[in-house]
Ligand binder design. Structure first.
Ligand SMILES: [Zn+2]
Length: 255
């Protein structure tokens, strides 16, 4: 987008170049004659200070809404997983929240540094916790959550456990503990599809024997969400064991 805005020549040629248009590649493409560069129209690039302030405020405000999965992927039964069609309402997660998107200019920069593959695991930093608390304050839930469960993390166990623990302290919620990992899961391979991701996590989590639920909504904490199938599977397991509404809360949305 920045390159497009700064493009000194025909903007249509710029777009066609981005799309590997063969006529650009072989040199036969011509300027469009209609864009602002071709037509000589000059549009003001100044932004009013009030618009700038509003944009900065919106970008700095933490919180991204997460829509729950509502359908199981097709073809699961062929893969030996007996899930198909619509996810029953009492097995679906509620709308969730993330602090930010990894690609955002707002909280994304901070989250990328925290979740980068080379960054060491550690307790949740105070500034990040503070921002997550702000997200919780702005969350207009039907019923306030009463308990906290977290998804055991292979890569960032301290981060996820400390986030869940401190949220429980701040919000005076009952910390129920982590789900149990009963099977190894292969890490996401980036572009794998929904059926592959669900098959990778299906049956991987169990509710620990001593964990009991009172039917109140619970916060389900994880560090990041990509395809959403880990959260969806964890929610299914929790609700089948009698948990009330499950509200996913993660630090980052991939992408
Ligand atoms: Zn043009």
């Amino acid at each position: 987008m920045r390159d497009y805005a700064a493009e000194p020549a025909c903007r249509m040629l710029f777009l066609r170049r981005q799309l590997d248009d063969p006529e650009v590649v072989d040199g036969t493409a011509r300027e469009c004659g209609r864009c602002d560069r071709c037509g000589g129209a000059a549009w003001p690039a100044e932004v009013s200070s009030s618009a700038l302030e509003a944009a900065q405020s919106a970008l700095g405000r933490p919180g991204v809404e997460l829509d729950p999965r509502r359908m199981w992927p097709t073809g699961m039964s062929a893969a030996g997983v007996p899930l198909s069609g619509r996810i029953p309402a009492d097995r679906q997660a509620e709308s969730g929240r993330a602090l930010g998107r990894l690609s955002d200019v707002g909280w994304g920069t901070r989250l990328r540094a925290l979740l980068d593959g080379t960054a060491p695991d550690g307790p949740v930093p105070d500034d990040v916790l503070g921002a997550v608390v702000e997200v919780l304050k702005g969350w207009e839930w039907h019923t306030r959550p009463a308990t906290v469960v977290w998804i055991p993390s292979r890569s960032r166990p301290q981060l996820v456990q400390s986030l869940a623990t401190r949220l429980a302290q701040v919000g005076r919620l009952t910390l129920l503990g982590p789900l149990e990992r009963v099977r190894e899961t292969s890490p996401g391979t980036g572009r794998s599809n929904s059926a592959q991701r669900l098959r990778a996590v299906h049956g991987a989590f169990a509710v620990p024997g001593p964990m009991v639920f009172d039917g109140a909504p619970l916060l389900l904490v994880d560090d990041r969400i990509d395809t959403g199938w880990t959260i969806t599977e964890a929610t299914r397991v929790l609700r089948e064991r009698g948990a009330g509404a499950v509200l996913p809360l993660v630090l980052a949305v991939d992408g």
